[in-house]
Ligand binder design. Structure first.
Ligand code: CAO
Length: 423
């Protein structure tokens, strides 16, 4: 028994934002039917290819546990099939460019007519307004949502982050919106539209920076290191390097081996409660009673000097030794883990967050499993579908077409050639 058993998702998503959302729903037990353009499929199948002829990791890592149907809803027969799918599914999820679904003849009004219980969930780059018609990718969302202007160093240009907060972040927002709409439908019997604009999702994740924007209007942001360096603030929240975003000062510090290992660093937080232990560990017990260092307020103007001194200590230890020494003392630190270290991490493998998945054309590959853990819901990560692998099965078992009708459909151009059975 899975939480979303019996829920059918008509998955019109592609690239990253939408597929992350429907992958989560599939992990929670929904039957996710991914509709793909005949002969081509989701463009990511052929992007960043590492094994010639096989679906790319970009595709496989975002489309686990789904079924794939090849379908062109722009043909008359394709429209008939899509109409039947809309009538038999609970949620339609899409992240096409604005207007694409309307051009197919399946806008919100038509969907409601066909199935008033349907939830229609969309990712778009922007919400209603002057940019609503724009096509948007990850980095555009990071820039328009306030992330890039607040990421990077004070003396450098805006930076985008490696975490896909615009795509995967918005996919998460949309999944929460869908679950909420499903819950509401239990009470009202009605479906509704759910929209997760990428700009809004990124801004939601940058909430603390809008907090700081308003604080800045009242005076300098004293916890930002530029304050201690005597650099005046401008009108907007500045880029703050690796400063901690909260009230507990923190920095990334070099560890043993940093000269050759680009990831021999630790994040080190000087949480007020742990300060006396920090002083002992780094060999500065006298700082505990020194008025220049004893209080958080006194430390604020000396953060650069304090962290330089702590770094003299961290440079004598590996990032893992820093963790082993500081953790028992409740000093919050964290090693900078490389993707190689994460891929090999036994703990993440044991919890199923890193999983090895087998695939008929590409062989075994690593993926990120479900990052949310439940006590009463087991998530099994199954490989992504081959293009059109389930076309016949869906036409027959979900929509009730007969074998003869399926062969007729195959000749109509609505589904392309009938796929071979997959392993
Ligand atoms: N059969 C036939 N046609 C299909 C089809 C199918 N199964 N699936 C899609 N198409 C058609 C669409 O109808 C559309 O045609 P028209 O423009 O003629 O109406 C066409 O394919 C292209 O769709 P698109 O504009 O969505 O795709 P794109 O590659 O040009 O743009 C993207 C990609 C991501 C920029 C755009 O979809 C977008 O802005 N989406 C919303 C924001 C978003 O999700 N961005 C994140 C992207 S990364 O996660």
């Amino acid at each position: 028994m899975k939480a979303l058993d019996g829920i059918k998702i008509l998955d019109f998503t592609h690239v990253q934002s939408g597929p992350t959302c429907t992958q989560l729903l599939a992990w929670f037990g929904a039957d996710v039917i991914k509709v793909e353009r005949p002969g081509e499929g989701d463009a990511t199948r052929k992007q960043l290819v590492d094994v010639p002829g096989a679906d790319s990791l970009y595709f496989t890592m975002l489309n686990h546990n789904k079924r794939s149907i090849e379908l062109n809803p722009k043909t008359p027969k394709g429209k008939e099939i899509l109409t039947r799918l809309v009538k038999s599914c609970d949620v339609l999820v899409e992240n096409f460019a604005p207007g694409a679904l309307d051009r197919m003849g399946f806008g919100w009004e038509r969907i409601q007519e066909l199935n008033p219980r349907m939830i229609m969930a969309s990712v778009k780059g922007f919400g209603p307004g002057k940019y609503e018609d724009c096509k948007v990718y990850e980095n555009v969302a990071q820039c328009a949502g306030g992330s890039a202007s607040t990421t990077g160093f004070l003396d450098g240009p805006p930076l985008v982050t490696g975490a896909q907060i615009g795509d995967s972040g918005t996919g998460l927002h949309l999944a929460l919106g869908i679950m909420t709409a499903l819950f509401q439908r239990e009470r009202t019997g009605r479906g509704q539209r759910v929209l997760a604009p990428m700009q809004d999702g990124v801004l939601n994740l940058c909430r603390v920076k809008l907090r700081d924007q308003q604080r800045l209007e009242k005076g300098p942001l004293t916890e930002y290191s530029q304050h201690g360096e005597g650099i005046p603030f401008g009108e907007s929240v500045p880029r703050a390097g690796n400063d901690s975003g909260g009230g507990q000062p923190g920095r990334i510090l070099k560890c043993k081996g940093w000269e050759t290992d680009p990831n021999a660093y630790t994040y080190f937080i000087t949480q007020a409660a742990a300060w006396p232990k920090v002083c002992d560990v780094i060999g500065k017990p006298e700082w505990k009673d020194d008025p220049d260092f004893a209080t958080p307020k006194a430390r604020l103007t000396r953060l650069n000097f304090i962290f330089e001194t702590i770094e003299q200590w961290t440079m004598t230890k590996t990032k893992f030794e820093v963790m082993e020494i500081c953790n028992p003392l409740d000093i919050p630190v964290g090693p900078i883990l490389s993707m190689k270290e994460i891929a090999e991490d036994e703990g993440l493998r044991a919890t199923g967050t890193i999983v090895e998945v087998d695939h008929p054309t590409r062989g075994a590959y690593l993926s990120v499993g479900c990052p949310i853990k439940f006590s009463d819901l087991e998530v099994e990560v199954k490989r992504s579908p081959l293009l059109g692998e389930h076309t016949e099965e869906i036409l027959r078992d979900v929509l009730g077409y007969t074998e003869n009708e399926i062969h007729e459909i195959a000749g109509s151009g609505a589904i392309g050639a009938l796929p071979k059975a997959a392993e």
